[in-house]
Design a protein around this ligand. Structure first.
Ligand code: SF4
Length: 374
């Protein structure tokens, strides 16, 4: 069924008006999925056009696109996409920012603590001493990453654990907003053995102080880069500070396609959204901006690698993780982050006269709004 945009809008207005607890019947679900597929097809056509305009576009093992020198491709991403997968270590449950794109927006002060002196690795709690036991029993991952909120809130707690994993020869990367980073803690972190530090530069809208910290970090760590969701705000501030950023000594820019959950979706209400493979819901602007940046990077011969960390890349990542875990054929953790699909948030894209479906057909008999209560 190639539902028309007009019919899709009528149906989504109806779905959005249903009471919270009311489930769609199978025929209605078919209509909803047809509309999502129509939106996604138009978005994909735009992506394909933008991709075709990027000179020297490269692909890593069929899994993700990038621009730049292969030697600059972040090892942490290789571990995630080709190795044993994203092995997450959690410690800090607080942050000193409140980014509107944050997956914990509005709940940043309510994140569960990991526990005094403890670390959460693969969902299990460990004391620092237990890491020797863990390494003596289980197979080492190709890499681990520190992923929970802002580690520089208490960075001194990390050095011992990082030292242990470093001695075990495991690649380690960490994410930070950079607000609390300084020469002293960056040097100590590098001395402990952290391999790769990624700055979420969008968290501070490219603050000068954080750009300076990136330059300091680049002197101490084997690899420093940016990983941030692609938003119009970041895109604009990046352009204004492009020269300082590109000359800071960083090696890569991971352009994450912003996806939404129940915490942050209200911050993007009114934007054109799409759903990718019945999984992540993203603002359409996000990957379009990434692909514009890849083109610019290629045309201007930037000295860094620019990576399209799109929803498709996350899909590949999750397939890789399950394959390495011995999952069954096709198994993946990729999916939708909403318990109930938020139809009302798709009304703006369906009402946008500049957003067109590629192909439309009349509704099959029995699927008109007036035919149904299905
Ligand atoms: S810096 Fe990271 S954890 Fe903190 S609010 Fe921003 S996205 Fe969330």
């Amino acid at each position: 069924m190639k539902i028309s945009k007009k019919d899709a809008l009528s149906w989504f207005e109806f779905f959005a008006s249903l009471p919270e607890e009311e489930e769609l019947m199978p025929g209605q679900q078919e209509i909803a999925l047809s509309a999502f597929a129509q939106i996604e097809a138009a978005v994909k056509a735009k992506h394909d056009q933008l991709l075709s305009e990027i000179p020297n576009l490269k692909m890593l093992a069929g899994r993700t696109y990038y621009i730049g020198d292969d030697g600059l491709f972040p090892q942490g991403c290789k571990s995630c996409l080709l190795g044993t997968g994203l092995s997450a270590v959690r410690k800090t449950n607080r942050c000193n920012a409140a980014c509107r794109f944050c997956y914990d927006y509005g709940a940043l002060d309510r994140q569960p603590p990991v526990g005094e002196g403890m670390w959460e690795i693969g969902g299990t709690k460990f004391y620092e001493d237990d890491i020797d036991l863990l390494l003596s029993i289980q197979q080492k991952p190709t890499g681990i990453s520190y992923v929970y909120l802002e580690p520089f809130m208490e960075i001194e707690k990390y050095y011992g654990v990082i030292r242990k994993f470093h001695q075990a020869g495991i690649h380690q990367h960490m994410y930070t907003n950079g607000i609390n980073a300084n020469e002293t803690n960056l040097r100590a972190l590098a001395e402990a053995g952290l391999n790769e530090l990624r700055f979420n530069l969008g968290a501070t809208n490219c603050s000068d102080k954080v750009i300076e910290s990136m330059a300091i970090a680049a002197q101490y760590f084997p690899a420093v880069g940016i990983e941030t969701p692609m938003t119009p705000e970041f895109f604009d501030s990046f352009q204004k500070k492009k020269d300082a950023i590109l000359s800071s000594g960083i090696r890569f820019l991971n352009c994450a396609e912003l996806h939404l959950n129940e915490n942050n979706i209200d911050n993007y209400a009114g934007e054109n959204l799409y759903m990718c493979r019945q999984g992540y819901i993203s603002p359409i602007f996000s990957r379009n901006l990434t692909l514009r940046l890849l083109r610019q990077a290629s045309e201007e011969h930037w000295p860094i690698l620019v990576h399209d960390c799109s929803n498709r890349t996350k899909f590949a990542r999750d397939l890789n993780l399950k394959a390495k875990e011995g999952g069954w054929f096709g198994q993946s953790t990729y999916g939708c982050e909403f318990a109930k699909l938020p139809y009302e948030y798709f009304l703006p894209v369906l009402r946008d006269e500049y957003f067109q479906f590629l192909e439309e057909e009349p509704m099959p008999k029995g699927f008109g709004l007036t035919d149904i209560v299905l």
